[in-house]
Design a protein around this ligand. Structure first.
Ligand SMILES: Cc1cc2nc3c(=O)[nH]c(=O)nc-3n(C[C@H](O)[C@H](O)[C@H](O)COP(=O)(O)O)c2cc1C
Length: 185
């Protein structure tokens, strides 16, 4: 069986981002049959319909190609003002074109969120679930991964809470099973 290729999207550009640290730690802990590559979002311009056309900005074209090539997505979002980050929303807006025929259509997605608060960014996750539904993506219904009190679970840039890590790895395994069972693949 060929290796599954997952693309990871962190909703934070911050150098010491907890969300990026979570994805990096999971990336290292995956079994050999799954590869997770983090896609950079910092070069994407703000979505502007005037930039759409046969000649997309290079960063957008690369991002969209990477999404096309991925078997599935693993998204880890912070929560900003009870929603997801502008960084992630902007990336999804670029990825969502053309409507109903975009690289996100039919794409399997695992949502994860984290926050220093006790709700772990669930409101960001709810907003993302709705957004991905509108792009006809296939978001894993269960489990959803929520990392509360994340500032206590990252040490020296690494996600260190073993029970949370195992829960997230099991969720990625569930995503992989969904992808493998998809007859459209
Ligand atoms: C503008 C702003 C708004 C925020 N709003 C929320 C919020 O609504 N809920 C929450 O749990 N945390 C909120 N936070 C705290 C973030 O969850 C926290 O900064 C988190 O570490 C950001 O993710 P990162 O570490 O990946 O950069 C907010 C932070 C900022 C900067």
């Amino acid at each position: 069986m060929r290796q599954l290729k997952l693309a990871g999207l962190s909703g934070s550009l911050r150098r010491n981002s907890h969300n990026t640290a979570i994805l990096r730690t999971l990336q290292e802990r995956l079994a050999n049959d799954i590869a997770l590559s983090l896609l950079p979002l910092d070069g994407l311009p703000l979505y502007n319909g005037d930039l759409e056309g046969p000649e997309l900005p290079a960063a957008v074209a690369e991002f969209r190609a990477a999404l096309e090539a991925a078997d599935g997505l693993v998204v880890c979002s912070p929560e900003y003002n009870a929603g997801t980050s502008g960084v992630l929303k902007n990336a999804l807006d670029w990825a969502s074109r053309p409507a109903n025929a975009s690289p996100l259509k039919g794409k399997h997605v695992l949502l994860m969120s984290s926050s220093p608060g006790f709700m772990g960014g669930v409101r960001a996750q709810a907003q993302l679930r709705e957004g991905f539904a509108s792009t006809l993506s296939r978001v894993l219904v269960h489990p959803s991964v929520v990392v509360a009190g994340v500032h206590q679970k990252i040490q020296e840039g690494r996600f260190v809470d073993e029970s949370n890590i195992q829960f997230a790895l099991d969720a990625i395994a569930a995503l992989a099973s969904e992808i493998q069972r998809d007859p459209a693949r």
